[in-house]
Design a protein around this ligand. Structure first.
Ligand code: E4P
Length: 222
């Protein structure tokens, strides 16, 4: 299973790398634009703070097949484990077919429908990123779309892995994880929710208070 953070914030990645098994980072043009950091700078900083050899998912920004493929080749040539994100549009699907012929690892992104997911998988995409919260926000069923895509992948023996994306809370994330998908990317606020529950800290504080009352602040073996 692959767990990613959907961010360009290196301090947050450093924080979560200490307590979570991060597989890598996903970004998109909006995340990078908001961070005011270039792609190179972001990836270099991330590679320094994530254990092992992280996998990075970075998106093409061109809008024609040839220019998307050219950008994908540039991204794939970076000195990291790179996955090229390509929107699952008509143009994007044509670009994905060519990228796969060139041996590039590809994630089909901006997936709002089961149809897009199936077509991207048939075109050879290695990962599929359905946008769970954005689908829900359009009165759709984000978890249902993920479930249907996973069913089709299984039925047709397609090798693409679902990397579910776009979450606004950890419950949404747990709902798709129950489907047995292969990967997920979370914004940092949602990742933080994974270990937050109002009862946890009071429980831990009570243990400390009880122990200190009898034995002081350190563990005693007497
Ligand atoms: C993933 O590929 C997308 O970049 C991202 O998860 C979209 O998330 P958002 O809906 O929170 O912008």
């Amino acid at each position: 299973f692959e767990l990613y953070l959907d961010t360009a914030d290196v301090n947050e990645v450093k924080r979560f790398n200490c307590c979570l098994p991060l597989h890598g980072i996903t970004t998109n043009p909006t995340i990078l634009a908001k961070s005011h950091q270039g792609l190179n700078e972001t990836l270099r900083a991330m590679a320094e703070v994530i254990d092992g050899e992280p996998r990075f998912h970075a998106q093409v920004v061109s809008t024609t097949v040839d220019t998307m493929v050219a950008e994908a080749k540039q991204l794939a040539a970076l000195p990291y484990d790179m996955v090229v994100k390509v929107p699952a549009t008509e143009t994007g699907l044509a670009a994905i077919k060519q990228m796969k012929q060139a041996g590039i690892t590809v994630l089909a992104t901006a997936i709002y429908t089961v149809q897009q997911g199936l077509l991207a998988a048939l075109c050879g995409a290695d990962y599929l990123a359905p946008y769970v919260n954005r689908i829900d926000a359009l009165n759709g069923d984000g978890v249902g779309v993920v479930a249907d895509i996973q069913t089709l992948l299984n039925q047709h023996n397609l090798k693409a892995k679902i990397l579910a994306a776009s979450f606004k809370n950890s419950q949404q994330a747990m709902n798709v994880l129950r489907l047995g998908i292969g990967a997920i990317t979370l914004p940092v606020d949602v990742a933080a929710q994974l270990f937050q529950h109002p009862a946890v800290q009071p429980a831990v504080d009570q243990f400390s208070a009880d122990w200190q009352q009898s034995f002081g602040s350190k563990l005693s073996f007497e």
